[in-house]
Design a binder for this molecule. Structure first.
Ligand code: GLN
Ligand code: ZN
Length: 753
């Protein structure tokens, strides 16, 4: 009999209870006991669900008050010394690491693999010690047992934990800490055994990455050190195929291995190497996306495995369900047909129960469920909502010329300079201006129906006029309308495109108490009508200076949504590109001379394995060019990316062929521009001269110094002057002060030239 389990579940609660409790606790409105009781309620409810779904064991340790890596920092007792904690880490210390306190800045945060979840980065130094405090896990194990469930604790494995951390001291290798870390893990496993735990899940998702030989080699040593504790170990891998790590993973002395059958698909090789006594946990329900599982396909492919492996087969979602929304139950406004194609975490748990019964008792016992599933999938495959013949035809008609500007950059530049007549070191901003309370209120009231369309339009026009007047007064050269009408740069466009749906309550944790509600891209994408032209033209009508139109690029639209699994990502990106392309053409036709197509997610779309990068960069840059290339030479295309690791993808950024690229550089003190310089980046660049995340108003001298530094590596005639990113989270007082200084810095540069 196959067993079923999950690697982890969402922790935010069906109505984001955890978020609201955390924030109330931080504001001092509720005490620790109240926060803990909300957390316990969330855990208990999910254990009960797992139990009701027929799972033999419930997963424990997947809950976190802020982040799972931070849990391990507390559990393993390796808080950075700079916080100066003496003794145990309680909730106050835990939140201090996550959010900073008066004495110490917060720990750095970064993306968890290729998801939109962010974890806190452990800080390692040669003197890092591990002083485990097992209460951070054991309390929950006991809580589950007391409630009558059989707990299967989950830990992030020792190598993934080390890999995801950072050395805070030069000339030291965090892998050297492994020998100190392993006894801490071994002790923890032994304690779990004492508590009667039978199985522990050890997550090692780094096995789906390119690993240096030393790290791959360390697995063997690490798992031998954890072998003698008496507790059974399930090594969990996910997020991609194992490839060159496959043999390593399958030869480790563990009792079972979980593989991601959705993204991995190396089941034949896995079976070849799987030792005869070992459990295979098959992740066959997509933990990264929102679609119903195709039961027929799964059964056809793996039913036989059930017979072969018997109780050595476990069934599971591919990875933790943390990355999908909690439940469809609250979705009342979703189109009924689209809704029938979806499965969020709760529904995936139900799918797991059905599949397990089908494996164990044959299809007959769940005939009704299988039938309903087959009907939903058939409707999705055939629905005219998904398949639009005109979109397919447009895609088929794409020629290489669609992905190319008419002339090379040098020629375009000549025409653009003649048309725009900008000074040297032209100044601009990245798009958004402060989203004032008045703006947010107007948008919210319009959405809820308490503000009519005419009044809303008037409010937005007022915000635009104000932004234009302020920019003129500041003396900026290229203006923007300020994006007052946009709540979110992806949602704004998604809502106006065919093929997108929006959930009411489809929240997913991004970091800490912050949740995002990604749009659901379910069908062929097209643009029924212009999306930004009216606002942009209104803004342009208020000024003689060039007004920059502002669009979100195809890769970012793709990256920040749940997207179709029934066609390649590349195809979806090209469909979006065609819609953006129409918008760019319309903006140009309406007289807009500069169009910025933002691609902040261009880099995060990179696959986990470098071998897969070229193919991605090829289609991603093509999609961008398709969106940007309907315009004539005299129209200037900008793009913007707000992050700072470019050097490894510079050729691909050059391949986008934007006339101007604006990037984030101020926090790295222009260091990263070096790469652009030595690569001889051919087009124009606006290296951000101030960090918009900080409240600090930089002086003109600060920014002049950065510009001078930039001018040493980039030809000065290619330089633009702008902040790191949009200003929507800042207020006007800070923004005006900083921008006034920025304009002054540009003038200094011009005079010196
Ligand atoms: N144009 C957007 C803004 O200014 C860009 C945001 C981003 O880079 N994430 O807000
Ligand atoms: Zn940005």
């Amino acid at each position: 009999m196959a067993q079923a389990h999950v690697l982890g579940v969402p922790r935010i609660g069906p109505k984001r209870e955890l978020k609201f409790a955390q924030e109330a606790f931080w504001r001092g409105e509720i005490d620790e006991a109240a926060l803990r009781s909300v957390a316990s309620g969330i855990r208990q409810a999910y254990w009960a669900r797992q139990h009701a779904a027929g799972l033999d064991r419930v997963t424990v340790g997947d809950f976190a008050f802020y982040d799972q890596m931070l849990n391990h920092i507390a559990l393993l007792g390796c808080a950075p010394a700079r916080f100066g904690f003496a003794g145990k880490i309680g909730l106050a210390e835990y939140f201090a690491m996550a959010r900073g306190n008066a004495a110490s800045h917060a720990m750095e945060m970064t993306k968890w693999f290729d998801t939109n979840y962010h974890y806190l980065v452990p800080e390692f130094a040669p003197d890092t010690r591990f002083e485990p405090d097992d209460a951070w896990l054991l309390d929950e194990v006991i809580e589950a047992r007391t409630a009558g469930f059989a707990p299967k604790p989950v830990l992030i494995g020792p190598l993934t934990f080390l890999w995801l951390g950072k050395e805070k001291v030069a000339g030291f290798d965090r892998l050297d800490l492994l020998d100190r870390l392993l006894p801490a893990y071994a002790r923890l496993l032994a304690r779990l055994r004492e508590e009667g735990v039978e199985w522990v899940q050890l997550d090692e998702p780094i096995l789906s990455l390119d690993l240096p030989a030393a790290w791959r080699g360390a697995f063997e040593r690490a798992y031998h050190a954890l072998a003698g504790t008496g507790v059974k170990r399930l090594l969990a891998t996910y997020f991609g195929p194992l490839r060159d790590n496959l043999v390593t993973a399958l030869k480790l002395p563990v009792d079972g291995v979980h593989v991601d059958a959705v993204r991995g698909g190396e089941i034949a090789q896995v079976l070849d190497w799987l030792p005869a006594t070992r459990v295979l946990s098959l992740g066959l329900i997509d933990g990264r996306n929102v679609w119903k599982t195709d039961f027929d396909a799964v059964l056809a492919r793996y039913e036989d495995l059930g017979r072969r492996l018997g109780e050595r087969l476990w069934l599971a979602p591919s990875c933790s369900l943390l990355h999908v929304p909690v439940s469809l139950a609250g979705e009342t406004r979703l189109d009924a047909e689209v809704r029938s194609w979806l499965a969020f975490a709760d529904e995936k748990l139900a799918e797991l129960a059905t599949l397990t019964r089908a494996f164990n008792q044959g299809r007959g016992g769940v005939a009704a469920e299988l039938d309903a599933n087959a009907r939903a999938l058939a409707s999705r495959r055939a629905s005219p909502r998904v398949h639009d013949r005109t979109v397919a035809a447009r895609l088929a008609a794409l020629s290489p010329a669609h992905a190319m500007r008419r002339s090379p950059f040098a020629e375009r530049r000549r025409v653009q300079r003649a048309r725009l007549r900008l000074p040297a070191f032209p100044t601009t901003t990245i798009g958004s201006f402060p989203q004032t309370l008045a703006i947010r209120n107007a948008r919210a009231r319009y959405r809820s129906g308490t503000l009519d369309a005419a009044a809303y339009e008037a409010a937005m026009r007022e915000a635009i006029a104000e932004a234009v007047a302020r920019q003129e007064a500041l003396g900026l050269d290229v203006l923007v309308h300020g994006e007052a009408e946009r709540n979110d740069m992806v949602e704004y466009f998604g809502e106006q495109l065919a093929g997108y749906a929006f959930s009411e309550n489809g929240w997913v944790q991004s970091y800490g108490s912050r949740c995002v509600k990604p749009p659901i891209l379910y069908g062929d994408v097209s643009r029924p009508q212009p999306m930004t032209v009216a606002w942009t033209c209104y803004a342009q009508s208020l000024t003689a200076r060039p007004m920059k139109g502002m669009l979100t690029g195809p890769v970012t639209m793709l990256q920040w949504s749940f997207v179709r699994d029934d066609q390649p990502r590349e195809t979806t990106a090209l469909q979006i590109a065609l819609a953006i392309r129409e918008e760019a053409a319309d903006l140009e036709a309406a007289g807009i001379g500069i169009i910025q197509i933002d691609e902040p997610a261009y880099r995060e779309g990179l696959p986990l394995r470098t071998a897969d990068w070229p193919a991605y960069l090829e289609w991603a840059s093509r999609a961008f060019r398709v969106s940007a290339s309907p315009v004539g030479d005299a129209t200037q295309i900008h793009t913007h990316m707000c992050y700072s690791e470019f050097n490894d993808i510079l050729p691909a950024i050059a391949a986008m062929d934007a006339d101007v690229v604006t990037i984030e550089t101020s926090r790295s003190d222009m260091e990263l521009l070096r790469g652009f310089g030595s690569f001889n980046y051919p087009n124009e660049i606006g290296p951000g001269v101030y960090d918009i995340h900080s409240q600090r108003v930089p002086t003109a001298a600060d920014m002049t110094r950065l510009l001078q530094k930039a001018a040493q590596v980039i030809p000065p005639e290619n330089l633009w002057v702008n902040p790191d990113c949009g200003l929507k989270t800042r207020n006007w007082v800070e923004s005006e002060a900083a921008l006034a200084n920025m304009v002054a810095a540009a003038r200094v540069m011009r005079e010196a030239a």
